[in-house]
Design a binder for this molecule. Sequence first.
Ligand SMILES: Nc1ncnc2c1ncn2[C@@H]1O[C@H](COP(=O)(O)OP(=O)(O)OP(=O)(O)O)[C@@H](O)[C@H]1O
Ligand SMILES: [Mg+2]
Length: 654
Amino acid sequence: MGVTIGIDLGTTNSCAAVVKDEKPRVISDTGGGFTIPSMVAVDDKGNRLVGQPAKRQSLINPVNTIYGAKRLIGRRFQSKVTGDVKKHLLYDMAQGDNDDVLIQMAGEIYGLDEVSALIIDKVRNTAQDILEEEVTSAVVTVPAYFNDRQRQAVKDAGKIAELEVLRIINEPTAAALAYGWGKHLNERVAVYDLGGGTFDLSLLEVRDNVYEVRATGGDTFLGGVDFDNRLIEHIIDSFKKQNGEDMSKDRIALQRIKDACERAKIDLSLKQETRINIPFIAMGDDGPMNLDITVTRDEFNSMVGDLIDKTLVTCEQVLGDAEWTVNDIEDVLLVGGQTRMPYVQEKVGEFFGKQPSKNVHPDEAVAIGAALMAYSLTSASDYRITLIDVLPMSIGVALAKDKFHKIFPRNTAIPNATSMVFTTSKDNQNQLKLKICQGESDKSSENELLGEFVFSGIPPAPKGQARLEVILKLSPEGMLTVEAQDPDSKQWIETTIAVTSGLTQKTHKTKLIDKKEPPKKKEQSQPKAETQTRPPVPPPAKSAPKPPPTKPEPPKKEKTPPPAAQAAPKRPDSWGPPPSPGLGIQTKKTASGKVVLKRDPITGNIIKNTGDGDQEKTSGDEPKREFKRYHAPPPPTPIGTKISTWIKGLFGKS
Ligand SMILES: Nc1ncnc2c1ncn2[C@@H]1O[C@H](COP(=O)(O)OP(=O)(O)OP(=O)(O)O)[C@@H](O)[C@H]1O
Ligand SMILES: [Mg+2]
C-alpha cells in the first residue's frame, strides 16, 4: 500500500509533509529546500520544467514560465479578477470552453488544472524520491475562501496527476492542526494566513483533537504578489521620471524588476532600507542604462498599508460572523510568507490587541496540518482529528429577475445537507432547470455560477401537481452535490449539469504526466528520511486530555517573548539535522532551579520554561473555557422542506 502525504499547493511555493513513525515531517526536495516553487516552464529546447529548474530560468524566459497559476484556477476568463491578473502577468492567456482560463506556453495550450497537476506531480515524485515509497494519495490544501469551482479544479488537478486526493482541507485549518498537534489545547485561535497570492482568516475553537471553525473569510486575490506589484509600479514610475524610459512593456526587463522587487521586499523585512540595482536594464540613446533606486522600509510600508488594512476589514467581518470580539481570542497565528513583514505583524498585533504567536512555521505549517489530516484518515493508529469547517461563501439558487436565494449561508457548518420540494408551473412539464450560484450578492448574475442543473423524467401531471425534491449536500470539503428525486416514489430523477468547469482534456506534444516509479528501497539504507525531512514533531501524548478542573484556575500563560519586529523567524538553521531521540530538549541548572529548553516542533524555535516540568505553553491542562459547540454538525434537514411558493414560475420550458 502506498503512502499518503499532505500537500500545500501554494501560489508561490508548494510544500509536502508526511507522518512517519507517528511524527509529522516536512519533506525536502532533492536539493535540500523544503518548499518547491509553484512554477512551470518550457525552455528553448522544448523541455518542460517544474519547480526550482523553472524558477532558475524565469529571468530569461518570462513568456514561457508560468507562476501564480493558483490565482487563476477555477476562474472565468471574462471575470474582473482575471482582467486584473493579466495586467501583471508576463505569459499569455486564452479563453476556454465554459469561459475557463487557459495558458499559452511555448505554442501549446494548458488548462490551469493541468498546470497545477504538473506541480502536484513534481511534489509527488519528490516525495517518492525522498521516502523511497510509492505515494498514492494526498490531502491537498486550498485557501479557505476558495469557492466550489476552484476546489473542484484542484481535485481535477489531482486526477490529472494520477494522485488520489483523499480530501481537500482549508489552509488556515491545516495550520491550526499543525499548531495543535500533541498540545491538547482548549482555546480559541485566529489564523491569519497571508501567503503569496491569497489571504484567509479563520477563527477556530480547538479542544484537543476537535477543531471547529466558527467563521472564515478572505480574499483569494490578495497576497505577497500584490505587495510586489506595488513596489514594481513604484520602480517603473521612478525610473521613468529619472530617465524618461518606460519599461512596462518590456517583458524581460519586467521579469528582472519583478525578481529584484521581491528580493527587496524580503530585504526590507530585515533592514530599514534597501537598494534595487539592476545593470543594463534598458538601452538608451547614450548606451545601456542601469536601474539604481533606494527604497526605505517606511516608503514601502506606505505603498502597501492599504493592502494590510484590507485584510483587517476582513478580520473585522469574520469576528462579527463568529459573534466574537478580539478579547475572545487567545492566540493569533501568523501563517504565510508575507506575514514575515514587520508592518503586517505590527498591524495584526494592534488589531487583535496581542502579539501574534510565532508557534507555527509560516511556510510549513499548512503542509504539516495536511499530513496530520492524511494520517488521521488513513492510519491504523487511534489518532483521529474531528474537523468541523464552514462554507466560506453562501450557496443558493438563481430566481427570476436576477434575484438570488441563499440556501446555505456563508459559515454554515460542513458537512451539511438540505432539501427543497419544487412543483411544476406547466401541465405535463417533464423537466426542471435550476441554476446554483455561490457568492454574497443579492443579484445572482454577480455571483459565481456553479452549475445549471436539468432534472428530466418528471412524470406527466397537471401543473403544480408534479413534485420534485432537490437534495443539496455539502461535503466536508465544502463542495456541493445536487440530486433530485420524486418525493413520493423516492425514485431518482435523471440530472445533467451544464456550465460548470470540467477536466481540461488537451493533447500535448509530450505526455503531460509521466508518473515515475518510486526508487527501489536500498537494502539496509541509512534512515534517509531522517536526513532529508525536517526533524520529527513529538507524537501526541497517548493519554487522554485531563478533564477540566471543577474550578478553572486562571491559565498560567507563558508567552514566548515577542520576536524583534524585523527578525525573520529563525527556521532552517535552527532545524539543522535532526537530533537523535529526545528531540532538541536540553536542560540547564540555574540558581532558581531547572530551566528547560525545548524546541518547538513546528517552528524550530526554542521555548523556554522555568520550573520543574517541561510543560509547554499551550499544554491545555487547564482548559480556559467550555466550548459551546464541539459536537458533530447538525443532521441533514429532514427531507421535505417546502419552499415551493417562492419558486413557482421559476422554471423554464418543459
Ligand atoms: N521575509 C519576508 N518578508 C516579506 N515577504 C516575504 C518574506 N519571505 C517570503 N515572503 C513572501 O511570502 C510570499 C510567499 O509566501 P508563501 O510561500 O506562504 O505563499 P504560498 O503558500 O505560495 O501562497 P498562498 O498561500 O497565497 O497560495 C511571497 O510573496 C514572498 O515574497
Ligand atoms: Mg500558502
